[in-house]
Every structure is written in C-alpha cells, then in structure tokens.
Design a protein around this ligand. Sequence first.
Ligand code: PHE
Length: 344
Amino acid sequence: MKEQLEKIYESAVAELQNAASINDVAQIRDTYLSRKGQLNEIKKGLKDLSDEDKKVVGSLANQISQKLEEALREKHELFYKKELDEKLAKERIDVTLTGKYVPHGRIHPITSTINEITTIFQTLGFSVVPSELSPEVETEYYNFDMLNVPKDHPARDVQDTFYTSLAKNVVLRSQTSGAQIHAMECQNPPIRVIAPGRVYRNENINARKNNFFHQIEGLYVDKDITFGDLKGVLNEFIRIYFGESRPTRFRNSFFPFTEPSAEIDVQCIMCQGKGCRICSGTGWLEILGAGMVDPNVLRGVGIDPDVYSGFAFGMGVERLAMLKYAIDDIRLFFNNDERFLKQF
Ligand code: PHE
C-alpha cells in the first residue's frame, strides 16, 4: 500500500507538471483528492490493516494528501494570476476615449408648469383630486348638465365640443369643470381641491389656439366663502407664480356655473401695461375665468346653498407658461421640436 501511495503521488505530480490551465488543475484535484478520488480509495482500504500498519500507512496517506493539496494550490494560483493578467491585458479600456452620447429626456414645460402651479395651490391648502374624479372622456352630464349649461348652449355644439362614437352623450371634456361635480359628489364641505388636466375643443389651430390644451380647475366650498376669498387666493397665486405682485383686473363676465363670474387679467408681462403686440395693445392679459359657485350647481350635488358657498376658477396652463417664458406660439408645446424643448 505504501508503494501504491507513492505511485499515486508521483503520477499526480507528473500530471500537475503537464497541466496547462486552471481547468486541468481542477481535474487533477478531482482525480486524486475528491471523495471518489484515488487517495480516498486507499484510505478506505485502511480498515483491513493491522493497527500498526494502519498508523504508518494512514499517516503517509495524510502527508501525501497535504503535499498534493499544497502543490495543487500553488499551480492554481499560478494559472489564476496568469489568466487574470491575460484578461486584464485583453480587456484594457482607454479611459481617455470620449463617451457615447446618450440623449436624456427632460420634463416637458407644460408638465413642469402644471407641477409648479399645483405646488403653489398645495401650499395654499388645496389638494389634487384623484384622477378618476377628473376623466378626459366625460359624459355631457358632467361636462355640461350638472354645470348648469343650458341644453341649447353653443358650447355644446359639435363645432366646439368633440363628441365620441363610444356612446351617445360621451364627449372629450371641453373644460376641467366637470371635476368640480365629481369632487362635490364624493366629499362634503369643506372642499378645497384643484384638478389639473387636458381638455379638448374643436378649434382651428393657430398661434393662440390648439384643439387640445390644459387647464387647472379650482374649487373651494365652505361656510362663509366670499368673493373676497376668491380675490385673495388668486392674487396670492399670481404673486407666487410670477415671482412678484402684479396688478390684476377682475372683469365682469359670465359662466353658467358661477354667479357672479369674472375674468381675471394680469398686467402684461412684456410691456408692463403700456400696450404691445402680445397684449394686443391693451396692457392686460387674460389668464383665468372664475366666480362664485352658482346655487343651482350646489343644489344639484345636494349641498345646501343657504348654508354653504364657494368659489371656482379655471386657468389655462399653456397661457400661463407662454406668459412666464415669453412664448408666442402655442403650437411650440406640441410639435416636439427638440430645439424648443431643450430650453427648459
Ligand atoms: N371652465 C371655464 C372655461 O373653460 C373656466 C371656469 C372655471 C370659469 C371655473 C369659472 C369657474 O372657460
């Protein structure tokens, strides 16, 4: 058995000398040192020997195992280093090369304007209605009926509103005001919400009009809400949005769902009220419609107008973005010209 052991050792060492890679080393380890390897086979035979022989042969077997282990490890390390060096040489990268250009997107100016306005109203205590209460595809019921819009109102005309073929009376909403109704149906006063979103109108497209655009609706219903609250909130909004207090003008107007109603102008940003091309010489720019919620609207959603009152407003997002960034054509927002979008 001693001779056998020595032979095994010699042939293992000889094989190791011829090994050419980490794989070869692993294979040799497998042949000689694994559980089914040659050395173990010998060790299994030890039990048939006398106690005396067991000691001698056993310790020799262990010595050989250890020596072999050591030799295998050395070889393994040698090849490992060699293979690593080769790999490093082959995969060397030139860190001085210029990188690949990876174009990255940015936030669209309409989105960032919506975010900015939303944040302002959040700081004033308004919360955003959940999107399911502000759908773009709406029924005439929410877009018009519940907002006190007469059946024969011209805004309902196909010339102004897009009707869908989904079902009778289903429209692409022409205003975000329907969200007022959804909000009041789902919540009791006090209600203080805004609803940003896209609206659609059957317009001839030009520098000032597109057939879809964005609005931010606002609604505040509680006891003792007055027109003074409306003015206070909107003036504060204008001050924060434009970064300074700007003269405003509340003009008498009409909306079926507010009474009284107003259209609100800010002094022209370009000419400071002197009159220019942007404000058509008037010195003023209209930015939103607003008013006190009509008692009929409150009654429709089961809110008692003798107890509660409220104000509502709707502003055009494109309009506000155009004023702030001095953009003179609404179509720029929608034709995705990178030269334009890159500037934001
Ligand atoms: N919905 C109106 C529009 O689109 C704006 C508005 C909203 C007016 C709320 C009054 C109150 O023109």
